[in-house]
Design a protein around this ligand. Structure first.
Ligand code: GDP
Ligand code: PGA
Ligand code: MN
Ligand code: MN
Length: 618
């Protein structure tokens, strides 16, 4: 049952409603209650059909929210331009609402649930006036699967509905599985721009409705999400960060599994053996690219299972099994081109929603890095005339494409395997110009958790704030962990204990190390397969590695660099560990841990002590 109590809402008349697509009285009561609060003009029960998709896209084209792209160049595809202030996740407006602040922890904004509801209720009251309220049932993971979860999003944004249809298994099948005895997550989203004011006068709609006031609120105790004021992906597609990470991480802790900000790939060796690798990097640090990697090492093959979120659960055989709970990609456009990520380029041939990229004169899309030569003229992401010498970016740095995973030419058949795939290795990474080697194997599960817990990374355009600033982003989960981060580390340690020798190996990678001249030392992208090859050889016991203070790196000659030119000096710098700067980072880790007080697991404090003594002995 929804936790919002709205005794003082006056209902003039119940909203007109389409035929409800469920007989589940709990769902019906919840939808009615939200409709009474938000007062939409009409309730649309989404079935996920093609005709529904067509009707909604037509409606949004007529409203100016979507621009249809040239059918010959990009069939079935659309461009959306957001409000210029609604372009990324808003971490300072994101709240974990729990009874006790300590349960949300020092890295989350916190509110007591009742206090937040007091703030939210007046905002949502009448917020859908004049609009259609969509009821969007969805499954995260294959419908009915043992690792999957169900949810419903109520939203007044047809743009969100369309994206939810790409990103999740949305529609009637999911609704049919929401029975009185299933657990499901209730999510409510409003762009916060009613079309009728308090005096009953109508207000003209705009192409991208949103509100200056924004709240992205998670209520883990009641499995609810309330999101107000934004239409942007991470704030408005509530299945994604809000449910599949923030709420699911809490569910996972309770039930002995993990909800992670991870890509998922299947790797096949020249010998024909399959391996499965998950990797956690912060937003805009290379997950989608690694998920779609084209190996430059002959004989290896990589197939895509997921590019952003993975749910990990011990299977009946004791291995750690992983699924991608999503059904589409919400990828960063800038930097995506045939020279960097041809698989993404081939995935977005059509049926794609682009947000905040540029529109070419031919009616196609363009962004920085898509082609070497920019178009001579385009309309930029803000709708203004653009030429290469205009001195402005054509596409917003956090512009995105939304596309079904089934269009990915490298999608693994296992992507929809409901039992998940067994994990062989877990990678942690970030964007670090200095200090962190190209690849390091952890010395134990505890050391691996320590590495994950202490990841820092340069900030990107995926979140509001200063790009490039270094910040701690444990497990790439800083903005997504739905409970106290130190408790999350404990949960990871416990998972390792229960997995025992079936636990996957843990590695740290860094594609972003730079030389003094500011250029990347490592070619990255397809050449990251060279690192994956070494990781698999470690898993198989075929490579020895060399233990240094921070972990195990490839021994001389072990990393396959055949066919690429890397100056010996760069190779040395890629793996250089300077004890002074690492000891300085240890001091910062101490400070970082201090905010969690005695919730920091002893095993991690011991890891820090061990690292310091190994560094001091260098
Ligand atoms: P995600 O948000 O974590 O999925 O990150 P993406 O895969 O979308 O990549 C974000 C940005 O990092 C893009 O501009 C990519 O071109 C860039 N990137 C990804 N992988 C690499 C790499 O191996 N090396 C370098 N130098 N850049 C990369
Ligand atoms: P990303 O996903 O990790 O691909 O950037 C979106 C986000 O994290 O905001
Ligand atoms: Mn992400
Ligand atoms: Mn991505």
């Amino acid at each position: 049952m929804t936790v919002i109590d709205t005794p003082d809402v006056t209902i003039n008349s119940a909203a007109a409603t389409g035929e409800p697509t469920t007989g589940n009285s709990e769902v019906l009561a919840w939808v009615t209650k939200i409709a009474e609060l938000t007062q939409p003009e009409y309730i649309h029960w989404c079935d996920g059909s093609q005709s529904e998709w067509s009707a909604l896209t037509e409606e949004l084209v007529a409203a100016g929210t979507l621009t249809p792209l040239n059918k010959n160049l990009r069939p079935g595809s659309f461009l959306a331009r957001s409000h210029p202030a609604d372009v990324a996740r808003v971490e300072d407006r994101t709240f974990i609402c729990t009874e006790h602040q300590a349960d949300a922890g020092p890295t989350n904004n916190w509110s007591e649930p009742a206090a937040m509801l007091e703030t939210l209720t007046p905002l949502f009251r009448g917020s859908m006036r004049g609009r259609t309220m969509y009821v969007v049932p969805f499954s995260m993971g294959p419908v009915g699967g043992p690792i999957s979860q169900l949810g419903i999003q109520i939203t007044d944004s047809p743009y969100a509905v369309l994206n939810m249809r790409i990103m999740t298994r949305m529609g009637q099948d999911a609704m049919d599985h929401i029975t009185p005895d299933t657990e499901w997550v209730r999510t409510v989203h409003s762009v916060g721009m009613p079309l009728v004011n308090d005096a009953g006068e109508s207000i003209d709609d705009v192409e991208w409705p949103c509100n200056d006031t924004k709240y992205i609120c998670q209520f883990p105790d009641t499995l609810e999400v309330w999101s107000f004021g934004s239409g942007y992906g991470g704030n408005a597609l509530l299945s994604k960060k809000c449910f599949a990470l923030r709420i699911a991480s809490v569910m996972a802790r309770k039930d002995g599994w993990l909800a992670e900000h991870m890509l998922l790939i299947k790797l096949t060796s020249p010998a024909g053996k399959d391996y499965h690798v998950a990797a956690a990097f912060p937003s805009a640090c290379g997950k989608t690219n690694l998920a779609m990697l084209r190996p430059t090492v002959p004989g290896w093959n990589v197939e895509t299972i997921g590019d952003d979120i993975a749910w990990l659960r011990p299977g009946p055989d004791g291995t750690l099994r992983a699924i991608n709970p999503e059904a589409g990609f919400f990828g960063v456009a800038p930097g995506t081109g045939y020279s960097t990520n041809p698989v993404a380029m081939d995935s977005i041939w059509g049926n794609t929603i682009f947000t905040n990229v540029a529109l070419t004169d031919e009616g196609d899309v363009w962004w920085e890095g898509m082609t070497e030569t920019p178009p001579a003229h385009a309309i930029d992401w803000e709708g203004n005339e653009w030429t290469p010498d205009s001195g402005r970016l054509a596409a917003h740095p956090n512009s995105r494409f939304t596309v079904p995973i089934t269009q990915c030419p490298t999608v693994a058949q296992e992507w929809s395997e409901s039992e998940g795939v067994p994990l062989d290795a877990i990678l942690f990474g970030g964007r670090r110009a200095t200090n962190v080697p190209l690849v390091t194997e952890s010395l134990s599960w505890e050391h691996g958790v320590f590495i994950g817990a202490t990841v820092s990374s340069e900030k990107t355009a995926a979140q509001e704030g200063t790009v490039g600033e270094l910040r701690r982003d444990p497990f790439g989960m800083l903005p997504f962990c739905g409970y106290n981060m130190a408790d999350y580390w404990s949960h990871w340690l416990e998972m390792g204990e229960s997995l025992g020798d079936k636990a996957p190996r843990i590695f740290q990678v860094n594609w972003f190390r730079k030389g003094d001249d500011g250029r990347f030392l490592w070619p990255g992208f397809g050449d990251n397969s060279r690192v994956l090859e070494w990781i698999v050889r470690r898993v198989e016991g075929e490579a020895e590695g060399q233990e240094i203070a921070v972990g195990r790196i490839p021994a001389a000659g072990e990393l396959n660099v055949e066919g690429i030119e890397i100056p010996a000096q760069d190779m040395t710098e890629l793996f250089d560990v300077n004890p002074q700067s690492w000891l300085a980072e240890c001091d910062l880790t101490d400070e970082y841990f201090a905010q969690f007080g005695d919730r920091v697991p002893a095993a991690l404090s011991e890891q820090l002590t061990g690292l310091r003594s190994r560094l001091s002995a260098m």
